[in-house]
Write a protein that binds this ligand. Structure first.
Ligand code: ADP
Ligand code: ASP
Ligand code: MG
Length: 405
């Protein structure tokens, strides 16, 4: 079998943990498997590098950010390879560029466009274990790019696709996917399995346990993911296609996201083409807009509010200032002290009243709702960020998610 394993930052946070990962990889090898391993930077290295950068400048270019952040993963691949070698296995560490991971041009949130697997095939044919730097690739100019925070999960799935791996295991610091972040909700239940669609929503709505793009790729190429703990041998959660019959559960999980900021534009002229101009200007700068709300018109003027990630707030405000004279809205506000709380469940469509139950839970917790969006399998509310914890707990209780299994 060809197995791809990914170990997150906490799994390689110190020398002892790196050696533990090495033993697990070697175990797989000695059982006769081809092993391709991808790792994140040690512990909080990526955060530390960002903090260091902020001491130098407020205005770094994307290219230099990626040059800096990609170094964290290079430390881990070399150390892990040394540890594996000491256990008597042939091994080689490789950067994203060396294994042929090609991305688009978008620094700090690049997308993988292709993987040339020849080098990996050659190394595997020589009987080596491959240790690949997660989170990075190279663009057409061979400049290093990174895939967005948490992007090593995506490296793992992309390698599994390129090599047609039999298994893709994501090792992390929790035992699997839970009905809510187990750090926040102590009695959250572990899900035995979760569908790609639900996992994609959970990940996109803030459950940082998997990078959204990794789930998108897994769904597209039908890669089964196994999310499990690197600290024990318990089976984790299987992410796969789940048949309609099994989608009985109304709500599978609650997600929350603090990386949210809100911008409101006042007295925007109500005529065709305005929304296009605003949101196209943001898209040109690669700013992802999440929720959009336009209030009802009075005197041919609207208010338009939208949310983006907090990371993009500065960039978005610059765009807003640039387009204000041309579009002619009266003013704007912004708010960083907001967060998003969401419920996800494939069974929601066939159970009317799910959204109302969520609002009831928020009302009981005394939490005010600022914005709402819904889709077939999710409901999201923007709330004050200091209310997140009580909101999540109250919703988790309301849907009895502690009893889900
Ligand atoms: P890694 O370094 O292994 O990539 P992350 O910190 O990126 O780990 O993701 C694991 C964390 O995700 C857990 O420690 C947990 O607090 C958080 N998390 C958020 N939502 C969930 C969820 N629904 N199920 C499991 N973990 C979750
Ligand atoms: N080291 C990167 C980060 O902290 C990528 C990852 O961990 O997946 O975001
Ligand atoms: Mg992660």
């Amino acid at each position: 079998m060809l197995i791809v394993q990914k170990f997150g930052g906490s799994s390689v946070a110190d020398p002892e943990r790196i050696k533990r990962v090495a033993r697990r990889v070697v175990e797989g090898r000695k059982a006769g498997n081809d092993m391709v391993v991808t790792v994140s930077a040690m512990g909080d290295t990526t955060d530390d590098l960002i903090a260091l950068m902020k001491k130098i400048t407020d205005n770094p270019t994307g290219r230099e950010i990626d040059m800096l952040l990609s170094t964290g993963e290079q430390v881990s691949i070399s150390l892990l390879s040394m540890a594996i070698k000491d256990l008597g296995c042939d091994v080689v560490s490789l950067t994203g560029g060396q294994v042929g991971i090609k991305t688009n041009e978008v620094h700090t949130k690049a997308k993988i466009v292709d993987i040339d697997s020849k080098r990996m095939r050659d190394e595997l044919d020589r009987g080596r274990i491959l240790v690949v730097a997660g989170f990075q690739g190279v663009n057409e100019n061979k400049d290093i790019t990174t895939l967005g925070r948490g992007g090593s999960d995506t490296t793992a799935v992309a390698l599994a696709v390129a090599l047609k791996a039999d298994m893709c295991e994501i090792y992390t610091d929790v035992d699997g996917i839970y009905t809510a972040d187990p750090r926040l909700v102590k009695d959250a239940s572990k899900l035995k399995e979760v569908s790609y669609d639900e996992m994609l929503e959970l990940a996109s709505l803030g459950a940082q346990v998997l990078h959204p793009r990794s789930v998108e790729l897994a769904k597209l190429y039908k890669v089964t993911m196994h999310v499990r703990s690197s600290f024990n041998n318990k089976p984790g959660t299987i992410v796969k296609e789940v048949g309609k019959m099994e989608k009985e559960v109304m709500v599978s999980g609650v997600a929350h996201d603090y990386n949210v900021a809100k911008i409101g534009l006042f007295d925007v002229p109500d005529k065709p083409g305005i929304a296009y101009r605003i949101f196209n200007a943001l898209a040109q700068k690669n700013i992802d807009v999440d929720m959009i709300i336009q209030s009802s018109m009075r005197n041919n003027l609207n208010d338009i509010s939208f949310t983006i990630t907090r990371d993009d707030l500065r960039k978005a405000l610059t765009v807003v200032e640039e387009i204000q004279p041309e579009i002619g809205f009266a003013g704007y506000t912004h708010d960083e002290d907001v967060a998003k709380v969401s419920i996800v469940g494939a069974g929601m469509v066939s159970h009317p009243g799910v959204a109302a139950m969520m609002f009831e839970a928020l009302a009981e917790a005394g939490v005010n709702i600022d914005m709402i969006t819904t889709s077939e399998i999710k409901v999201s509310c923007v709330v004050d960020d200091k209310d997140v914890e009580k909101a999540v707990k109250s919703i988790h209780n309301k849907f009895k998610l502690n009893e889900i299994n």
